[in-house]
Design a binder for this molecule. Structure first.
Ligand code: ATP
Ligand code: MG
Length: 265
């Protein structure tokens, strides 16, 4: 299963959720690959993968192999990024098959993992397109504020575009509500809009506000290693279970549909 963690809006918890979910999946016995696809390289910094000689940008340019760039940390395999990824993205713009590079460079390696998580940059950039082109599912973390509703509409339009053009397999699995404090009226109101007025799947598990999540990157540790007993660690454990179950249910439903279509002919 390949999952893009994406939103066009910045600072909505993509990197925090990618890393925390990756570790949660691994603790639940899954083999996990986590890819930093953001030239800001926040994810790599969060687990101290900095100043390394080769990263995802070298894989894009053919200067490194998959084995050269993959690191084993905290029970997961990680491909880090660096600022150099911005230059690589720029140089890819003019290539004819520019949307398919990531799919090509990760290739069959992706089949070796139960879950591949792609931490996307905050824009509708070529890197996000590359992530969505090779994904089975997309999940979008949102803050419960009014501007997030608008950001989400934009994101789902992109997902629909990619589905129509490059990747009919791509499924929007759901919205992850993060940094949630239901004592705030605005959070409750936005949640009601998501649940009742907009027809989007929103995961039942929400990630509550927890300052430990903001502290963990400065220690170079995922939340499960920094504060294993925190509400954030337990929220992400529960969320990983919910996401996995949804992916499995979705897969079974698709197989049944395909079977029905087959027997109808
Ligand atoms: N549940 C939470 N409670 C408290 N702080 C949080 C929570 N989730 C995320 N944060 C904080 O919010 C900030 C933004 O999170 P993060 O970097 O994961 O967002 P992002 O979407 O990856 O940002 P960008 O768009 O720049 O890539 C970080 O400082 C992070 O620690
Ligand atoms: Mg990020």
């Amino acid at each position: 299963m390949i999952v893009s963690v994406c939103s066009h809006k910045g600072g909505t918890g993509k990197t925090t959720s990618s890393l925390s979910l990756a570790v949660a999946f691994s603790q639940q016995g899954k083999k996990v690959l986590l890819v930093d696809l953001d030239p800001q390289a926040n994810l790599s910094y969060s687990i101290d993968l900095v100043d390394i000689s080769r990263d995802i940008s070298h894989l894009f340019t053919g200067e490194a192999t998959f084995e050269d760039v993959v690191h084993e940390s905290f029970g997961i395999s990680v491909i880090p990024a660096s600022e150099r990824l911005a230059d690589v993205e720029f140089s890819l713009q003019s290539a004819e098959d520019r949307g398919f590079f990531l799919k090509e460079i990760l290739g069959s390696k992706m089949n070796e993992y139960d879950v591949v998580l792609l931490d996307c940059p905050p824009s509708r950039s070529l890197l996000t397109v590359n992530a969505l082109v090779c994904s089975d599912f997309a999940v979008t973390p949102v803050l419960l504020d009014v501007l997030s509703i608008q950001g989400l509409l934009f994101m789902t339009r992109t997902i629909l575009d990619i589905r129509k053009t490059y990747n009919p397999r791509l499924t929007f699995l759901g919205v992850i509500a993060v940094n949630v404090d239901l004592r705030k009226n605005i959070s409750k109101e936005v949640l009601t809009v998501f649940r009742e007025q907009i027809d989007y799947p929103i995961f039942e598990t929400m990630v509550r506000t927890n300052t430990k999540l903001a502290e963990a990157p400065s220690h170079g540790l995922p939340i499960q290693y920094y504060q294993p007993k925190s509400s954030a660690a337990s929220d992400y454990t529960q969320l990983a279970e919910e996401i996995w179950n949804n992916m499995m249910t979705y897969g079974i439903r698709e197989k049944v549909k395909a079977g029905q279509a087959h027997s109808a002919h």
